[in-house]
Write a protein that binds this ligand. Structure first.
Ligand code: ADP
Length: 151
């Protein structure tokens, strides 16, 4: 049976921390669908969603098991439609844990078949966050070391 995982996120932008979760996830799953979504709590995106899709596709061009999509619906529903029985997420700290715990409980309620799987961040990426990268970029700082592609 093909094990398909959905890796949903805002990816605004997609970082080396996200890349690390995907590459490690490939040891567990046959296919990973990276799903760029709109997070209603962070309504206005900073990086264009189509640009981000293209950059992520470029990053994983040598990995046939990785697909990149844009979605705007319930994650639990979207997973079901795509045959994904696993939700992949990353954890950096207790703040992530609190947030991820709530999301996972809701997703379980919405789709009992869906199992959330969490990978703990690799230490070298623990401090990388999309929000800090947006801040640095806004004020013309160099963010290239945090991204697995050229902007
Ligand atoms: P969301 O808006 O859904 O939280 P993000 O794009 O911020 O989406 O993050 C997607 C997932 O990646 C989340 O599970 C988040 O905790 C995880 N993540 C973000 N940065 C890192 C990192 N540096 N290391 C490991 N996981 C990370």
């Amino acid at each position: 049976m093909t094990r398909i995982a959905l890796f949903p996120g805002s990816f605004d932008p997609f970082t080396k921390g996200h890349e690390d979760i995907v590459l490690r996830g490939l040891k567990l799953f046959d296919q990973i669908i990276i799903a760029i979504g709109y997070n209603s709590g962070k309504s206005v995106r900073y990086f264009d969603i189509n640009l981000m899709k293209e950059r992520i596709e470029k990053t994983f061009k040598d990995y046939p098991g990785i697909k990149v999509v844009i979605f705007a619906e319930l994650t639990a529903e979207f997973a079901k439609k795509n045959g994904a029985r696993y939700l992949l997420r990353g954890l950096r700290n207790t703040t992530d844990f609190e947030y991820e715990n709530s999301i996972a409980q809701v997703n379980r309620y919405l789709n009992e078949e869906l199992e959330s799987v969490f990978l703990i961040t690799s230490p070298q990426f623990a401090s990388i966050s999309s929000s800090i990268i947006r801040e640095v970029h806004r004020y013309k700082g160099d963010v290239s070391n945090f991204l697995p592609y050229q902007l």
